[in-house]
Unconditional design. Sequence first.
Length: 232
Amino acid sequence: MATAIVTGGSRGLGKALVEALAERGWRVVTTARTAAELERAWPTHGAHAAEVVAIAGDVTDEAHRRRIVEVASERGDLALLVNNAGTLGPTPLPALATVPLAALDATLHDNAVAPLALTQLSLPALREAGGTVVNVTSDAAVEGYPGWGAYGAAKAALEQLSRVLAAEEPAVRVLVVDPGDMRTRMHQDAFPGEDISDRLPPEASVPGFLALIEGEQPSGRYVARELGAPAR
């Protein structure tokens, strides 16, 4: 069976994607910064213990990235990398006139540089498998929302890196996927004290991701909720 890496798999969209992939027969290696959350999400004796290996750590750390790829390669053909982990940046969301530049640097690194670094390590196996890179993005990458400058710039950088990677790596599909607004902790952090219960849960975006992962769409940018579920 093929193997996938999914970062940020302890909650939200990442957890929903790991569960869906495991149910469809993928071997999945996932990671997140907080060990306790990751262990709760993927206990070693849980329903998907045979399919999912969870490794706590930070994808901005080179040694951790190498460990993830090594474990995934040991499990079988690495055919899918989902760069889902990221950071919102400073909250409450600051205007660009006042955003701390160090925080902007960190946001760019977490959302664009670290995913590229993990992709670089994964590319040899992905080329061999004719695999797929999925970079999770946001409409903040293409729209000008007040307060979203740091996060939006980081996601815009990730999208441009994805376009160039697709041009440079014809043997690998590079999909940029916008999941839409979701009822997640990150989204709540962006709107402290506000009611975000009108947003759909992350699971609502999963069928679109699966349609892309298991389909034949070419490299490009997609909105998950505009796509139907793949045929089983």
